[in-house]
Design a protein around this ligand. Structure first.
Ligand code: PGA
Length: 258
């Protein structure tokens, strides 16, 4: 799934940064990462896509959205469609983030409709999956993740799946300075790669999985050194230019040592 751009470091700004702040961030980030061989993607608020994409033009930074509607157009107050984000400059979209699932009640069926529409529209998709603490404690992690993958990727062909990247983001590790251990991440990434390779009839090495959840510039390298970690999805630590650039630097170092 997606053969270039790895290792890939994705910044998820969530609901942070006005247009002016986005502009300042890009201007400072660009010179720090322009020689990097690492893929650098920024998932920004809808209102920042245009300004960020214009500033990222002719750099190794790609800009995307954090969500989109499951329909192309219609009487859907407050929604934003795939063609709208693409025209603004998005080349990818994050779908199925646990905050969308938990706070906005998105289920696997809605996420599946969004995944199929994004792929048909020509967007790359970062599909987030992850178990809650209760599900982990009840020994349901594997079943929960497999079901999320199966339902969210229903009717996606193996050709389309080359434009999907999975992000394993355990809900219990997001935004709380308590990342998963490298052992857990390796176990789950293997599970996802084997399961999806089978489901989509792809070689496991073509299935790419990022880790996300309390990643920062001090712990990034420990994840990136693992051969089954194709990159990171970074929330809080992506908001600060220096710490995000340091994570990208760590990804470059880890790649050289692999
Ligand atoms: P965090 O968020 O890095 O702040 O834990 C990750 C995410 O939710 O994508």
């Amino acid at each position: 799934m997606v053969h270039n751009n790895f290792p890939l470091i994705v910044g998820n700004w969530k609901m942070h940064k006005t247009m002016a702040e986005a502009k300042e961030h890009l201007m400072r980030l660009k010179p720090l990462v322009f020689r990097s061989k690492v893929g650098v993607w920024l998932a920004v608020p809808f209102t920042d896509i245009k300004v960020a994409a214009e500033l990222a033009h002719k750099s190794n930074i790609r800009v995307g959205a954090q969500n989109m509607s499951d329909l192309l157009y219609g009487a859907l107050t407050g929604e934003v469609s795939a063609p709208m984000i693409m025209e603004a400059g998005a080349s990818f979209v994050i779908l199925g983030h646990s905050e969308r699932r938990r706070i906005f009640n998105e289920d696997d069926f809605m996420i599946n409709r969004k995944v199929k529409l994004a792929l048909r529209s020509g967007l790359k998709v970062i599909l987030c999956i992850g178990e809650s603490q209760e599900e982990r404690d009840a020994g349901k992690t594997e079943a929960v993740l497999k079901l999320q993958l199966k339902e969210c990727l229903e009717d996606v062909t193996s050709a389309q799946a080359t434009n999907v990247i999975i992000a394993y983001e355990p809900v219990w590790a997001i935004g709380n300075q308590k990342p998963a251990t490298v052992e857990i991440v390796e176990e789950i990434h293997h599970l996802c790669k084997n399961y999806l390779a089978n489901l989509l009839e792809l070689p496991p090495k073509h299935v790419h999985v990022l880790y996300g959840g309390s990643v920062n510039s001090s712990n990034a390298k420990s994840f990136l050194c693992s051969p089954c970690v194709d990159g990171l999805l970074v929330g809080g630590a992506s908001l600060d230019v220096q710490s995000f650039a340091e994570i990208i630097h760590q990804a470059q170092l880890a790649e050289v040592s692999k």
